[in-house]
Design a protein around this ligand. Sequence first.
Ligand code: NAD
Ligand code: AKB
Length: 325
Amino acid sequence: MAIGFTFTFTYKIMSKEKILVIGACGQIGVELTLELRRLYGGTNVIAADLREENELIKGTGPYVSLDVMNKEMLHVQVIRQGITQIYLLAAILSATGEKNPNLAWHLNMQSLLNVLDIAKEEKLTRIFWPSSIAVFGPTSPKKNCPQQTVIEPVTVYGISKYAGEFWCNYYFHRYAVDVRSMRYPGLISYKSSPGGGTTDYAIEIFYAAREEKKYNCFLREDTYLPMMYIPDAIRATIELMQADAEKISVRTSYNVSAINFSPNEIATEIKKHIPEFTITYQPDYRQAIADSWPQSVDDSVARKDWGWKEEFNLATMAKEMLNNI
Ligand code: NAD
Ligand code: AKB
């Protein structure tokens, strides 16, 4: 009886939402769109991107071609489609951002301000906008980096994420926009390609291991970084978005953590499956970016507030990646 009641209640809450995913053809967007469509129904989740529709989401629900920088068109879509929630994923990531800092700042900031303004005006129920471990800089603690600490990012991407966190906080306190955020670690996935980050080596290495049995890594062997397998990231995102508002004590962005490893450790794990695999190291400009980030973060606040807990560790993630590539 109790189980039946809970299920019906949950379904009713979910069924009235109409969701817009902006950046739906990116590394996270594809998998997040598919999972949201499974939960809320295909027609209730509108995928939007500048790019051509991704093959994996084709036929699973509506798709619109949209530039998030065009605020008027975005506003029209929100009204026309009766949107109640937005997941904003469009951004330029750390490595690409260093090649074009002005563009990265412009896209990462203006897209968020456009969405927050429309959310305020149209009284949208919830907004999701991801931050990153890239908010932390060389002066932040390297190990178990706390939720609140010294934060002095040195990449344009990190600066944009840190500023964005405070815009989220501002819109929540000033205009009651229920915007939620987490600082994703480097995300590892195989369904859609990564979009120009420093942690992308942890995906490339699996493809290289399968295809060539060797990998030339652009980071040093001992470069520890916080990482997460994408099913955990998608679940974390939806759990945060579905949590009761009174459980959300952080209105900037939550630390979330799962797996911390170095290129040497992931190579050792891959060798358990492909013994002839070899790795070489040729650090490039991305080494300095990685060196400015923490090796691990303390996510105890997310665990306490909304019950975050990862499922995948290095061994289970690597096994799944190799089985699916
Ligand atoms: P991605 O680069 O793979 O995808 C971004 C998508 O946004 C792309 O499909 C792109 O075409 C689209 N886009 C770009 N400009 C647009 C515009 N003007 N209008 C509409 N769409 C536009 O990025 P991702 O890895 O999926 O990251 C999504 C979000 O998560 C970003 O905010 C990123 O900073 C954050 N994040 C990602 C990671 C990670 O490891 N992937 C880690 C931390 C934070
Ligand atoms: C990047 O490397 O830029 C991203 C991130 C950690 O934000 N994966």
